[in-house]
Design a protein around this ligand. Structure first.
Ligand code: ADP
Ligand code: MG
Length: 231
């Protein structure tokens, strides 16, 4: 029996305020394994709120969210954190790397809480970090500091970090927003290669050309999610 990776039914998110902000209004969405979905919408429309819910960083105020068939509402905060660590990879616009740690350390730290901290676990984590860096084309940069890397290299490190838990879902919030257009293309190509190899990808962008590269696009406007007609 195989479940969709993500299933939103009537998902709403109201920030309490005052005044209350209806960031998402009764959203329905199904994302199947291997899908590549882009999310577009103007600033303030609810894109990051959507991603935060999908990534279990926040809880909806209404509706039901099944992740890999699991009802996320019944989970404790600790169970949600564990599930997030194992099933979700995040890539953000601003990389969020530790500046004084090497690429390998930045990537290895991603699984600190899921893989344990003993000597054996640490060595294993570093080996997996090298593998993840090799997957994003950065084997030769494993000892470099983020401060000595280009924006494109930093985003590749962030993608390697996201891959550490072997997630079922890769969530990207404007991953090319801080990159020049040539670098943005190569980062997108990398994300699309991961998708070709089976990774389910949800990618937020305000660039309609980027959005059009996906299998599917949904638009958010004032918290209302609408799937655009397939091309
Ligand atoms: P986007 O990512 O599309 O720019 P957001 O999801 O960040 O939009 O925000 C959607 C709406 O919710 C906006 O009106 C924003 O001001 C509001 N909002 C976002 N985060 C919070 C928060 N933590 N508390 C209250 N309001 C918020
Ligand atoms: Mg946002």
């Amino acid at each position: 029996m195989s479940f969709p990776v993500l299933e939103f039914s009537g998902i709403s998110l109201t920030y309490p305020g005052p005044p209350p902000i209806h960031a998402l209004r009764s959203c329905d969405l199904v994302v199947e394994r291997g899908d590549y979905l882009t999310v577009v919408g103007p600033s303030g429309s609810g894109k990051s709120s959507f991603l935060n819910l999908a990534g279990l960083l926040d809880r909806p105020t209404g509706g039901r969210y099944l992740l890999d068939g699991l009802d996320t509402a019944v989970l404790t905060d600790r169970e949600r954190a564990a599930l997030r660590g194992r099933r979700i990879g995040f890539v953000f616009q601003s990389f969020h790397l530790l500046p004084h740690r090497s690429a390998t350390e930045n990537v290895a730290l991603a699984s600190l809480y899921t893989a344990g901290r003993g000597r054996h676990e640490t060595a294993h984590r570093r080996a997996r970090a090298w593998e993840a860096l090799a997957r994003v084309g950065l084997a030769h940069r494993m000892d470099s500091l983020p401060t000595h890397m280009s924006g494109g290299e930093r985003q590749r490190v962030a993608i390697a970090r996201a891959l550490m838990g072997e997630p079922s879902l890769l969530l990207c919030d404007e991953p090319t927003g801080n990159l020049d257009s040539a670098t943005a293309q190569s980062v997108l190509t990398l994300i699309e290669e991961l998708n070709d190899n089976g990774m389910t990808v949800i990618l937020i962008t305000h660039d309609l050309q980027v959005a059009a590269r996906a299998h599917r696009t949904v638009a958010i406007r004032d918290g209302v999610l609408t799937e655009t007609v397939p091309r």
